[in-house]
Design a protein around this ligand. Sequence first.
Ligand code: 5AD
Ligand code: SF4
Length: 374
Amino acid sequence: MKYCIVTYGCQMNVHESEKIAGILENLGYTETDIRENADIIVFNTCAIREGAEDRVFGNVGNLKKMKKKNKNLIIAVCGCMTQKEQTAQKLMNTFPFVDIVLGTFNLSRLGYFIEAVKQGRKMEILQEGDVEENLPYKRTSGDNAWVNIMQGCNNFCTYCIVPYVRGREKSRKQENILNEIKNIVAEKKYKKITLLGQNVNSYGNDLSDGSTFAGLLKEICKIEGDFKVSFMTSHPKDLTDDVIDVIANEDKIEKYIHLPAQSGNNRVLKLMNRKYTREKYLSIIEKIREKIPNCRITSDFIVGFPTETEEEFEDTYSLVKQVRYDSIFAFMYSPREGTVASKMEGQIEDKVKHARVNKLLALEKKIQKEDNKR
Ligand code: 5AD
Ligand code: SF4
């Protein structure tokens, strides 16, 4: 029996696919990259922008023919798209040949679901649940091991679907994280450990045992072995001085911070509900550069947020110019149903968004060229 997993979206999803692979291998399946050879195909989906969802709808649709040829083929869809009730419904209605629709908190039930499908039942939508511990992983990212430290997000940036599909912040217990890392280090296969969370700097806020992100980092660095630690993603409003100090002082921590600014304009930042200003953001960058010389810094930006004017976009442009990031991701704003920004007046035309994103990426290219020369 063979499985094929198709993954969309962020590192969190890549890591969750490793969990799905682990579960399937425990059930006796082996991996194949060729969909035609698979007995089960799992789509691990992303909902962050419309384009990501469109791709999933297109690719799941393409499986209809395969399912006709092979009645025993099991098709499962999981991940962020299935966490949205309406989208999950739409998936089921549009593609009646999909057998399993599973939310992100119920991966451990996959085996049970597969068994039920084999007995002729269709399994639908399970969205509730908690962070699951002790599931097997099949690590697939070379000498890097992903370690999830928390799920969810409490920030409700007005453009973002994540808090709706991933729920509120839920941190894993420090002890569980440390045990997982000790096991990874003991395997001696991994040189890099990357901690994952939507907002790693607020790690521990929901645990009432005094755990903090800085504390967690320090404990991880006490583990003996030849490895480096990095993490993502940091929110500028929560990146505290003690985290910057730990990064500066600990040899095991990579000198790298992904610090999404999203915009360089204060009015837009406020509309985005980011809870910092351009000045505050720049002061954090200054602090990082002062305490951690040669720290690599990267960022995400959204252009064409509702009502963003050309001058306001220029503030984003000038921020990128000023910070000279090692690299950036620039996205055209994509309205997500249910979010505050999707209901705002003053949505920006695609043509304008394209022009802005291209301008920003051209600037990034120019900066990288100049810095590489230097
Ligand atoms: N439209 C465009 N980009 C988005 N991001 C999040 N939500 C949206 C959206 N609705 C971007 C942000 C975030 C990154 C992972 O995706 O820049 O940091
Ligand atoms: Fe989305 Fe904002 Fe949470 Fe990041 S911090 S996941 S952008 S709501």
